[in-house]
Design a protein around this ligand. Structure first.
Ligand SMILES: Cc1ncc(COP(=O)(O)O)c(C=O)c1O
Length: 545
């Protein structure tokens, strides 16, 4: 056999193109042809870079020059082909690549060099599948991952996220990066303070009182005393302790489908958890009121007294210690409460001796467009306000603001201390976030863009029977999907399909509500009218298909 091979020609090596040059040029040329006619050329290029590096890792300067070389190769090809075609117009072979190059080169040229470089650098890392497998080996299994094809995000900028292939996603979901992912003002405030000092509230530092003063200034009287903690859960825990210390009662009144946090007590007051998978039902001291949902609940939008009627259920609770509710229930399905609901419940609960807690973890800082806090649209003043997610823009920060009377009841001799709450860095971050919200006028921006987005979404029910309801305020929006507009049968699987199809089209939103059939749109606040148009267009496409 071996001798037979020796006598036959099995291949030809063309040494004609061999030059002594940079090795990266080879990779650039390969990529230049792989990306032609690809719908997402940068992802295709990043895949080649990843494969190449399994055998030969690239140096930093090679990665930095790669994208430019790819473009250069394609430009050279266009020029050479143009000249050769003039010399030999009948030779069709000379233009085989020119059609695909003409189609792809403008898309490539529109990609920011920094984004391409980042995509190539990240192509050194694990694939999403490998990352998922690694996580499954060592992380608790009930930590969920969004989307059937999970996204591996490596960078964020304002209302955009980027995966490791450099693909851009429009973030229509995340409310924690309130003023925008990686907002430079917030990053700088954190980094500068971290460089100098990060310590706790047992030492004096000016920013603690300054941040509290600024926060209190956003709230009405008599909410004048602040506590700082690290998360929404910790803040709700503290709110319950304040209420119990003040009323000396244990019973808590909550709304159906609510979620208030991940601690033992908060799971006990979160029907979303204790009535959900793995839940053990309501404790005897927890009283659940129906969700005042005027789309599918007992009292609907055509009833001008729906708010008062839903509130009447609170009368059945004897000796309430606290009533706690999101001022616009987000986990319940992006619900806008009917007029006078909170005013009526608060009146009933207070008359029975209870304290009213507003969980503003999802709704604070201008998101609703009309007001700085969602409770303001209901024309009430809570006894305790709970803040979380947006106030640190991703830095773990929670706050509880209450009245002097309640704070005095809590001051019973037992010290309150949270190691990281109100730390030097936390206060620097909190102040920077407030500055940006005010200076960039994000509340009025949310109102303007939110109105525009709602108007676009409200055109969908006419074209798509699946869209049962569009509701919201500012950049807090829900689109409820139903299989039948009479029975309101929830379109749960369809909602999941739509969210996944949008993810594949570069738009990230989520689902929520007791039936997981409400599309949840709650983007970072820099979200623009153009982003809104894109979201509506893509949602329209997905619904059509
Ligand atoms: C309304 C509401 N309250 C409280 C929490 C708990 O906040 P954290 O996850 O920061 O503990 C959440 C979290 O999703 C929430 O949505």
């Amino acid at each position: 056999m071996a001798s037979a091979f020796r006598r036959k020609i099995t291949g030809i090596l063309d040494f004609g193109d061999i030059v002594y040059s940079y090795a990266i040029a080879d990779l650039a040329i390969a990529i230049a042809y792989v990306v032609l006619d690809k719908s997402d050329p940068l992802s295709a290029a990043a895949s080649v870079v990843r494969g190449y590096q399994e055998l030969r890792p690239l140096a930093d300067d090679e990665i930095a020059s790669l994208f430019g070389l790819v473009l250069l190769r394609l430009c050279t090809s266009v020029c050479v082909a143009a000249r050769q075609q003039r010399q030999r117009p009948d030779d069709e072979y000379l233009s085989v690549s020119q059609g695909p190059i003409a189609a792809t080169l403008p898309a490539l040229a529109a990609i920011d060099f920094d984004v391409a470089e980042a995509a190539f650098r990240n192509a050194r890392g694990k694939t999403p599948e490998e990352t998922l497998a690694a996580r499954r080996r060592v992380i608790g299994p009930n930590l969920s991952v969004s989307y059937r094809r999970p996204v591996k995000i490596v960078r964020g900028w304002m209302q955009y996220l980027y995966d490791q292939a450099g693909r851009q996603y429009l973030d229509g979901y995340n409310n924690v990066p309130h003023v925008g992912h990686s907002h430079p003002r917030v990053v700088q405030a954190a980094a500068e303070q971290m460089l100098v000092l990060n310590t706790n509230t047992r030492y004096l530092h000016d920013r603690l009182a300054l941040f509290a003063e600024r926060l209190i200034a956003t709230l009405p009287d008599p909410l004048r005393v602040c506590y700082f903690v690290n998360s929404g859960s910790e803040a709700n825990e503290l709110a319950l302790r304040l209420a119990r210390a003040h009323t000396r009662r244990r019973d808590v009144v909550v709304l159906d489908a609510a979620y208030h946090g991940n601690t033992t007590t908060l799971v006990d007051i979160s029907p979303y958890k204790f009535n959900g998978p793995g839940g053990e039902g309501a404790q005897p001291w927890v009283h659940v009121l129906p969700l005042p949902d005027t789309y599918r609940g007992k009292f609907r939008r055509d009833d001008p007294r729906a708010g008062e009627k839903y509130a009447e259920f609170a009368r059945h609770v004897r000796n309430p210690g606290a009533f706690i509710a999101e001022s616009a229930p987000s986990v319940g399905g992006q619900i806008i409460l009917p007029d006078r609901y909170l005013a009526s419940v608060y009146a009933i609960v207070r008359a029975a001796g209870g304290v009213c807690i507003a969980d503003e973890v999802q709704t604070a800082y201008g998101r609703m467009g009309t007001d700085f806090y969602a409770f303001e649209a209901q024309r009430v003043v809570p006894d305790v306000v709970v803040l979380g997610k947006p106030i640190g823009n991703g830095y773990p920060l929670g706050a509880v603001i209450t009245t002097r009377e309640i704070a005095a009841s809590f001051d019973n001799g037992m010290e309150f201390f949270s190691t990281f709450g109100g730390s030097t860095v936390a206060c620097a971050v909190g102040l920077a976030v407030l500055d940006v919200v005010e200076e960039e006028r994000l509340q009025s921006h949310a109102r303007e863009v939110g109105d525009h987005l709602l108007a676009g979404l409200r055109a969908l029910p006419d074209r798509h029977p699946l869209v049962g309801d569009v509701r919201g305020s500012g950049l807090f929006i829900g689109v409820e999907l139903v299989r039948n507009r009479e029975t309101l049968e929830p379109a749960t699987t369809e909602a999941a399909d739509i969210v996944n199809a949008l993810r594949d089209r570069g738009i990230l939103i989520g689902t929520d509500g007791p039936f997981e059939n409400v599309l949840k749109i709650r983007p970072p606040m820099p979200f623009t009218r153009e982003d809104a148009d894109l979201l509506v267009r893509r949602l329209d496409d997905v619904l059509s298909s």
